[in-house]
Design a protein around this ligand. Structure first.
Ligand SMILES: [Zn+2]
Length: 289
């Protein structure tokens, strides 16, 4: 091989350079002596790059025919979300993540992993403000910044949103311009922080078509999910994303949905949340209802 021939002629110094710098240094050293001028460069075979991973195809699940439940996780992604994804992957089930834009910015790889493992990524605003207290422009900013953060991280633009605290009204509905997904089973995991309670409620309370609210930023919640999934499977449930739950139904922008069992319900006129919209950072860890 020509490269080794040149190294021998060039002596010790070139040999050292070749060892330290690898292929590029060797080529440069050899070229510097003019020894390979006009000759093809020494080539190393590189494996051809594997195609980027892509999300699994959508599933065709008819929740009129099988018993469905949607587990939803809010306010992340956070430090425990990777472990939750491990649990869901091991169990072969899919969930929906209503994420904060500011958290997606912190953990873009986790958000990307959600999509690659078949989960639904959805919009929970940028910074968990009570949208009923914002101007239309303020609401739109909370939504659009998050849409962009999720798209940048995952390649997917959410089609569903959940207003923080479940707080919404006609003004918010018009401004968000997306279906608003609430829940029909509130585990209150943020309040009790109890593995046992999370498990009991998550396994026993859901009925067909329910949407269950959890928060993946809390460790006891993530700890409880293996048993929750196991218990729901034993009860005959198929665990689906929210979009899978509503397959075949057109979800309208601005309208609020709490589960498949219920007719779409406008919650205009609901009382405001008890949490302060401009409260301390802990407010981010709670839903008031
Ligand atoms: Zn929330």
């Amino acid at each position: 091989m020509r490269i080794w021939h040149v190294l021998i002629v060039g002596g010790l110094l070139l040999s050292v350079a070749a060892c330290a710098g690898g292929e590029e240094s060797r080529a440069r050293a050899a070229g510097g002596l003019g020894a390979v001028s006009g000759e093809p460069r020494h080539e190393t075979r590189r494996p051809s790059p594997s195609p980027p991973p892509s999300p699994p195809p959508p599933r065709d699940i008819d929740c009129d025919q099988v018993k469905c439940v949607s587990l939803t996780f809010d306010d992340g992604p956070g430090e425990h979300t990777g472990r939750l994804l491990d649990t869901l992957k091991a169990a072969g089930v899919r969930a929906t993540f209503f994420m904060l834009g500011e958290m997606v910015r912190e953990h873009p790889d986790i958000a990307r992993r959600m999509v690659l493992e078949g989960h639904e990524v959805a919009n929970h605003t940028w910074s968990h403000q009570n949208l009923t207290g914002l101007s239309a422009a303020g609401v739109r900013s909370q939504i659009e910044r998050t849409q962009k953060a999720v798209k940048d991280a995952t390649g997917v633009e959410p089609t569903l949103m959940r207003p923080p605290y479940g707080a919404t009204d006609e003004h918010v509905g018009r401004a968000v311009g997306m279906p608003q997904i609430l829940w029909s089973v509130d585990t209150l995991d943020w309040r009790h922080r109890s593995l046992a309670r999370n498990t009991k409620v998550g396994v026993n309370e859901p009925v067909n078509g329910d949407i269950v609210l959890y928060h993946d930023i809390h460790e006891p919640t993530v700890d409880s999910i293996p048993k929750v999934v196991e218990g729901l499977k034993e009860r005959g449930f198929t665990l689906v994303t929210v979009t899978e739950m509503f397959q075949g139904e057109k979800l309208e922008p601005g309208v609020t949905y709490t589960g498949r069992a219920d007719e779409a319900a406008q919650l205009a006129g609901d009382p405001p949340p008890s949490g302060s919209p401009a409260g301390p950072p802990e407010a981010i860890t709670t839903e008031s209802r």
